[in-house]
Structure formats: structure tokens, C-alpha cells
Design a protein around this ligand. Sequence first.
Ligand code: A3P
Length: 310
Amino acid sequence: MEEIIKTLPQHTCNWLKGKITMYKYQDFWTIKHLLEGGILAQQSFKAEPNDVFLCSAPKTGTTWLKSLAFAIVTREKFDESTTPLLTKFVHECVPFLEKSQVEEHENNRKNLSLPLIATHIPYASLPESVISSNCKIVYIYRNIKDVIVSHYHFLREGLKLPMEDAPFEEAFEEFCQGVSGYGPYWDHVLGYWKASLERPDKILLLKYEDLKSEPKSNVKRLADFIGCPFSVDEEKAGVVDNIIRFCGFENMSNLEVNKTGKRNGSVTENRIYFRKAKDGDWKNYFTNEMKEKIDKLTDEKFNGTGLLLK
Ligand code: A3P
């Protein structure tokens, strides 16, 4: 592993006072321990045909998608007063592919017979068995400008750097150059988008902003796709509405585990995964020049796709 990593292009993030180094592997950038987990997963993870992969680039709504999918597939086992989401951080409820070698994640999958596994790995670099087993994939993506702002605060807060010590302009430039968690972000989205055109029955694309503006139809689409559709009786009884409310930002960000907890063996506080969840927060950070630059780059990369990322 060390030998592979030593040969890779590296980038040290100056705006984070050099405290984070990213490595470029198979056309995407990530940090060392996630890369090690990703390579191990590529080498030994064996997907089962019924596994459902929850895929995303960081800061695009991963936490939300995971809680919704978890609540949907476990709704017969648990109700709102017993769901593990009340006491366990979402990212510990749904196993993470890059940590699939970690016992706790593997046990989670076995103990709950949970078909869900999350990953940030780009489509082209997924372990071969995910594709050959024909697993279903749900992919969430989000307006690039809000992703940039969210990414900035997440890394900064994770390192406890105040804003005055972490220049946003530099973080923005780095993101534009493609250096972001599992970036370039455009390529991440394009990879899953292209695959969804080729295998529409196996890959569902959800947009963060659509999930927000039309939660009911999108949560029902998600449940249908995962293979756990809501019955008419469930709908009448308000099960869909309850899941939407429970997994909503207001409720999740106020649960004690998400306000004050930390992940097992981690110094990162759970609360940094719940910031504002506002569409258009980028307007508070971008200059006109930044807006023009990112729009131009996005137009160039997404020309002809019909995908809206801005
Ligand atoms: P902001 O930083 O814009 O607030 P990820 O889960 O992929 O790391 O993405 C984190 C982003 O999703 C953060 O965005 C966070 O606030 C937002 N988020 C977290 N939980 C959410 C929820 N239940 N509903 C909507 N957005 C949520």
C-alpha cells in the first residue's frame, strides 16, 4: 500500500495551513486513510447482487440520503422511538465501503441484514464486483457552488481553523482545479450520470435540491428503487411523511447524538455534518468573478448533458 501511495501525485492544501494532503489515484483526489480503504475495497470487497450502494461526492447530501435509505429499509424493524438513528451517528448506521475492512462496519451489515453500503468512490473506480454483481446504485448530487461552500466549512471546522485563518478564495481555486474530496467534482457527477444512461434500471440519480423541493415524490422513488415501496396503507398512515420529517435537517441536527457526539475513535464532531442545509448559501461567499468562473467551467464540462449543477 505504502509503495502504491508513494508514487502518486500529491497536493498539500495551503489554505488549511498544510494540515491536509491529498493524493491523486485513478483520476480522483482523496486523503490517505480513505485512499487506503478504497484500495483495499477494490482488492477484496465482494458485493452481493442485493447490495444497494449509496454513492456521492462529499458534501452533496450523503448524510441525508443515508438516513432516508436507512429509515426506509428498516421501517418494519424499528419505529421512531427505537430507530438506531436516535442514538447512533448516521455514518455509523450505514456501513462505508472505504471502511469495509473495519469489523464494526462489516458487523453492522450482518447484524441488521442491511443491504445498504455507502461510498464516495467515483463510478469508474468502484470495486469490480459492484458492477459485475449488477448492484443497484443511488447517486446524490448537488449545486456545485453550495458544495464548494460546504466543503470549505467542513474541512476548516474539522481542523478547528477559524475562517480568518482559512482563506475562502484559495479553497475555491483549489476546488476549481479539481482538488477536492474525491474530485474533480464534475467528473464524479459525470461518471455516475453516464452510467445511469447506460443502466437506468440499476442507477438512480437524485438531486439534493429536488429532494428538498419535492421530498415526497423523491422519497417514494427512492423506496421503489431500493425495492421497499410504501404500500397504500402506509402512505395513508403517514409513514412517508414521518420518515421525511424524522430525517429532515431540523430533526436530525437537533438529536443529541448529532449535536454533541463524536464518531468511534475519531476526533471529528458529528455536528459538522449538519451545518445550514440552505440552498444558495454560496451567495454569501462568492464574488461575481467566482460565480462567472465556476459557471463557465461547469458549462464547459456539462455541455450537452442537460445536467444542471449551478
Ligand atoms: P451545508 O454545509 O450546506 O449546510 P454530506 O452529508 O454529503 O457531508 O453533506 C453535508 C451537507 O448536507 C451540509 O450542507 C449539511 O448541512 C447538509 N445536510 C445534512 N443533513 C441534512 C438533512 N437531513 N437534510 C438536508 N441537508 C442536510
